[in-house]
Structure formats: structure tokens, C-alpha cells
Design a protein around this ligand. Structure first.
Ligand code: C2E
Ligand code: MG
Ligand code: MG
Ligand code: MG
Length: 279
């Protein structure tokens, strides 16, 4: 009867909620444990300047070495880490590891004048003293600020344009670089591009995947590249997997590419080997 099915529906809804809350609680416990036991590992994906054919940077990408599940990717846990604000200590770990690794590369005379790019969640900016953390890690690692790039999404900027403008100007004043990640995928206005001290636009892989055959992706990619050129900011395409995509981006004067065509994200020693062998 209708009454029964109504009851079942309620039952189902209740169970689903319970399991969702349960998942949240266990995730929070697991992430807390993972921080304590240092189960996180940072991988580095090479960024290649396609005009000079040279490795010019690396994006730090976190992975979780879970004792039972093996290697867990950020899509599985970053949103939980943000919700529980554990992204703040996790983000500090990333910053520490990445700055030290970049300093090591400079000392080895690799990636000189290059950058290490770090993804920053809006939670880290809003609920922690990111500026102080960055100053501390730059001092500890003795990395020069020009070698550090912060990747932010448009959604963070759009949440509060005035507030984020102040924060980003303070970050810029340290001498570090700012990139807009996943450009074009968020709810945004182009207006902020005029006022913000941005160094780089990252073309999201969802616009790269259809290149060069998908007309819509072609139109969007060309538009972002024209915008980057006009604004005199660097452009990088992410998720480049094929020669054809690379050739299109080269033809359209994209500065850099990052993707499986060259390499997936690598462990520190693998990354060092990659640069040494890159010619
Ligand atoms: P993102 O910053 O846009 O990073 C690019 C993602 O594309 C990475 O996924 C990378 O492994 C993947 N990728 C690179 N080249 C290719 C390719 O050729 N083909 C395909 N299909 N994928 C490619 P990953 O490492 O799984 O990271 C996913 C997202 O998680 C990142 O997207 C970033 O938003 C977030 N994330 C990663 N590390 C951190 C971190 O340390 N802190 C924060 N807050 N977020 C992070
Ligand atoms: Mg990124
Ligand atoms: Mg991205
Ligand atoms: Mg992306």
C-alpha cells in the first residue's frame, strides 16, 4: 500500500543518512590517523615549456598510502578533508614537502628558475593563516619565493572578491606566483582578471580532451589562450594526452603543457630521473 511504501521510503532515507554520517565520522578518524602516521605522499607532475622544450615546473599532487586500500587519489578524500578542516594540517604537510623538494632540485641544479605548484583549498585561505605558513616554510626550506606557485580556483575568488583580492595581493607581495586552476570550469566573472595579480591560467583538462577535433573545445581553448596572451599571463594546458593535442596547443601559442603525454605525477626520485633524461 501507499502507506507501506511511504514507510519503506522513509526507512531507506534514514539508512542512507546514517551511512553518510557514519562515513563522515570514519573518514575524519581515518584522515586524523593518516596525518599522525604520515600516510600521505606527494607526487610531482612535470610541466613542459613547449616553446623551449624544457621542463619548467612541477605540480605537487597528493596521494594517500592507505594501509588497507593502497594508493588513494585526492578525488576520494580531499572533499572530506575540507569538510572536517583537516585540509589545513594536510596542506601544511604538502607545503613543507614541496618546498623542501624544490629546494633539493635547485641544489642539484635542476629546474633552475622553475616553479613548484601547490594546490590550495579555499578552506586553507579562509580558516588558517596561509600567509604565515608560507613564510615559515620558505624560511625553513630556504626556497626562494619565485620558485613557489599557488594554484587557486575561480570559485574561491568569486566567493568574496574584495576579501580574496587583499589576501592574494599579500601573497603576491611575498614574491610567489599565482595560477588559476581549472580555468573556465567555475562560476565566475571575467572582471576579476583585471584586478587580480595573476601569473598563469591553467586550461582545464575537460577543454583539452576534445582537441583538436571537437569544435567547441577548439573555440574555448583558443579563447582562453587569446585571453592569456592579451592579459600577458602565462598559459598552461593540463591533461594533455596526445601528440595532436600538443601540436594544436603549440600552434595556438600555449606556453606550457602538463599531462600523460609526457608523464603522470612521479615520486621524488622518479621526477629527478625524468628531468635528467629530458632532452
Ligand atoms: P588539479 O589540480 O586540476 O590536478 C590535475 C589532475 O589531473 C591531477 O589529478 C592529475 O593527476 C590529473 N592529470 C594530469 N595529467 C593528466 C592526463 O593527461 N590525463 C588525465 N586524465 N588526468 C591527468 P589528481 O592528482 O587525482 O588530483 C585531482 C585534484 O585533487 C587536483 O586537480 C586538485 O584539485 C586536488 N588536489 C591534488 N593534490 C592536492 C593538494 O595537495 N591539496 C589540495 N587542496 N588539493 C589537491
Ligand atoms: Mg592543480
Ligand atoms: Mg587543474
Ligand atoms: Mg583540473
Amino acid at each position: 500500500s501507499a502507506k507501506n511504501s511511504g514507510k519503506n521510503q522513509y526507512q531507506f532515507y534514514k539508512n542512507e543518512m546514517t551511512s553518510e554520517i557514519f562515513e563522515k565520522i570514519t573518514m575524519k578518524q581515518e584522515l586524523t590517523e593518516a596525518i599522525k602516521n604520515e600516510e600521505f605522499e606527494i607526487y610531482y607532475q612535470p610541466q613542459i615549456d613547449i616553446k623551449e622544450n624544457k621542463v619548467v615546473g612541477a605540480e605537487a599532487l597528493i596521494r594517500w598510502n592507505h594501509k588497507k586500500l593502497g594508493l588513494v587519489f585526492p578525488s576520494e578524500f580531499i572533499s572530506h578533508a575540507e569538510e572536517s578542516r583537516l585540509i589545513i594540517p594536510i596542506g601544511e604537510f604538502v607545503l613543507n614537502k614541496a618546498c623542501n623538494f624544490m629546494k633539493k632540485l635547485s641544489d642539484l641544479n635542476l629546474l633552475n628558475e622553475g616553479i613548484i605548484a601547490i594546490n590550495i583549498s579555499s578552506i586553507q585561505i579562509k580558516h588558517s593563516d596561509l600567509l604565515a605558513s608560507i613564510i615559515k616554510e620558505l624560511e625553513n626550506s630556504k626556497l626562494s619565493p619565485q620558485n613557489l606557485e599557488i594554484e587557486l580556483t575561480e570559485s574561491y575568488i568569486m566567493e568574496d572578491i574584495e576579501e580574496s583580492l587583499i589576501i592574494l595581493k599579500n601573497l603576491k607581495n611575498l614574491g610567489i606566483k599565482l595560477a588559476i586552476d581549472d580555468f573556465g570550469t567555475g562560476y565566475s566573472s571575467l572582471n576579476y582578471l583585471k584586478q587580480f595579480p595573476i601569473d598563469k591560467l591553467k586550461i582545464d583538462k575537460s577543454f583539452v580532451s576534445g582537441l583538436p577535433s571537437n569544435k567547441k573545445d577548439v573555440a574555448i581553448a583558443k579563447t582562453i589562450l587569446a585571453l592569456g596572451n592579451g592579459l600577458e599571463v602565462k598559459t598552461i594546458a593540463e591533461g594533455v594526452e596526445t601528440i595532436e593535442q600538443k601540436q594544436f596547443l603549440q600552434k595556438e601559442a600555449c606556453d606550457e603543457i602538463q599531462g600523460w603525454l609526457y608523464s603522470k605525477a612521479l615520486r621524488e626520485d622518479e621526477f629527478i630521473e625524468f628531468i635528467k633524461n629530458f632532452n
